[in-house]
Design a protein around this ligand. Sequence first.
Ligand SMILES: NC(=O)c1ccc[n+]([C@@H]2O[C@H](COP(=O)([O-])OP(=O)(O)OC[C@H]3O[C@@H](n4cnc5c(N)ncnc54)[C@H](OP(=O)(O)O)[C@@H]3O)[C@@H](O)[C@H]2O)c1
Length: 258
Amino acid sequence: MGLELKGKTAIVTGASRGIGKALACTCAGLGADLAIAARQEGPLKETADEIAKKYNVKVLPVSCDVTKLGDLENLVEKTRKEYGKIDILVNNAGVSSQYAFNEQPLEDIEKLVYTNYLGYVRLIRLVINEMMERKSGAIINMVSGSTLCDPLPRTFVTYASIKVGLKAFLKGLFWEIRDSGVKITSLLPGVTDTDLTGKLQNVSADASRLMSTEAIENAVKFALTVPANVCPLEISIINQRTPWVKPVIPFKQEHPDK
Ligand SMILES: NC(=O)c1ccc[n+]([C@@H]2O[C@H](COP(=O)([O-])OP(=O)(O)OC[C@H]3O[C@@H](n4cnc5c(N)ncnc54)[C@H](OP(=O)(O)O)[C@@H]3O)[C@@H](O)[C@H]2O)c1
């Protein structure tokens, strides 16, 4: 990789494992210094040490629960104190919950909204003015390929509809501030081999249908290295045999005709 992001600073949330860790490595491989965030301090510190050593960049681990406004404010404050500015935000931390809606725990619904929607929107609000004043910055957001399905995949309607809302917010924000020099990008990955999918029923039963993080890493590299006057608004990264297409997920529900 080149060093196109040398001298830049990136915050990556949900970076202790999975897609977030892969994207933190992508930014570090391009030369950016990092602030990485997740809730559990141990794995976060291990990841920070690993990335710093491998890519020879600075990596600041900040324990942060993105559902808590105070934690987000602390993340931004610590990053500014360490590096003086924030050039790139990779909003990635997320949780899943796969249930028929009538059986979905009420606390999961709240967790999805606070993590997968409010966590993203609030963190953007905390960094956007600095980027707009500097007339540069990139905000990469992990949405989901499930938002491309209409109707949304069964047993994922809460998760996917919150991601649809997020995607709509991001597109609207892009148009609202498109003269500002700040880029807003939504990534729409298909089903990827991480701990998150490992926990889902049936999704990972046929591992050949899962994709690795490689194509998502390439998409982020693309988004962060296009010319200054170009913004990749939405990038879909769908595996050829994605389980979303058909039968989406093997369902518990019987078809009404049966
Ligand atoms: N895997 C897929 O197939 C897939 C497809 C499309 C989109 N996505 C999206 O991609 C993102 C990452 O997914 P993944 O598969 O990489 O998940 P993962 O392997 O479970 O990793 C999730 C990361 O987010 C952190 N995290 C979770 N809740 C958090 C919170 N409240 N505050 C701060 N950090 C939190 C976790 O660390 P801690 O637990 O220590 O906090 C971990 O670092 C999510 O937004 C997901 O919706 C995933």
